[in-house]
Design a protein around this ligand. Structure first.
Ligand code: PGA
Length: 241
């Protein structure tokens, strides 16, 4: 199982101390190597990767520009820069960025640039509440997968993160049945090679007890709760207990 911590626009240098607990935990026998991944804001990637130097915790960015080459894009960071600073992963297509106007086409370019820079991609998809109510979950996910992964043959370095938009930060999670069915639907789209699919949206140390019973999941993308080392560790521990 993979556990990805998405810190969003939170965290400062003083947050580094809170990682000590996680580093210690990552070396314990409870957790298989390389299964914890932190995605802090760009400003902390360098400090985090230095901090994680002697342990197996992965590190990633939360977005990147679609051009993997340098260019005149004020305020942007590309996949090459992320790789250069020590990242191995990048989150792409998060609904908070889609809501700012990021299209499937741009997401597709970003994923291609990240793969070119040898980053592993955490590709977020998910339906809005309106789409869910209109029973458009499957058609939304199909469209996001189709256009987001267009002309990408080798998907071995792509993790899909199913994050229903209505679940992010709301405390509401899908029912066991709905989540199992949706993950199955997503996995069935990748018939030739099995694709890893994570769930994200309000994952916390309480609901993980139910979420872990959805046995076709390969891990979790954790937002709010991941800012607390204790909660993040609890989520991992409870998944395995
Ligand atoms: P949340 O965020 O866990 O705070 O709902 C998840 C995410 O946006 O990746």
């Amino acid at each position: 199982m993979y556990f990805v911590a998405n810190w969003k626009m939170y965290g400062s240098l003083s947050s580094l101390n809170s990682l000590n607990k996680v580093i210690k935990f990552s070396k314990s026998k409870d957790i298989k190597k390389g299964r914890l991944i932190y995605c802090p804001p760009f400003t902390l990637i360098d400090a985090f990767s230095k901090k994680f130097k002697n342990c197996q915790i992965g590190i990633g960015g939360q977005n990147c520009h679609e051009d993997d080459d340098y260019g005149p894009y004020t305020g942007s960071i590309n996949s090459r820069m992320l790789k250069n600073i020590g990242a191995q992963f990048v989150i792409i297509g998060h609904s908070e960025n889609r809501a700012e106007g990021e299209t499937d086409k741009v997401i597709n370019l970003k994923i291609k640039s990240a793969l070119k820079s040898k980053l592993k991609v955490i590709f977020c998809i998910g339906e809005t509440l309106k789409e869910k109510k209109q029973k458009k979950t499957k058609s939304t996910l199909s469209k996001q997968i189709h256009f987001g992964l267009k002309n990408i043959k080798n998907k071995a370095n792509i993790f899909i993160a199913y994050e229903p938009v209505w679940s992010i930060g709301s405390g509401v999670i899908p029912t066991h049945k709905d989540l199992f069915e949706t993950i199955k639907f997503i996995k069935n789209k990748f018939r030739d090679k099995p694709q890893r699919v994570l769930y994200g949206g309000s994952v916390n140390p309480k609901n993980i007890i139910n979420l872990k019973k959805v046995n076709n999941l390969d891990g979790f993308l954790v937002g709010g709760a991941s800012q607390s080392a204790k909660k993040f560790i609890d989520i991992v521990k409870k998944t395995y207990s």
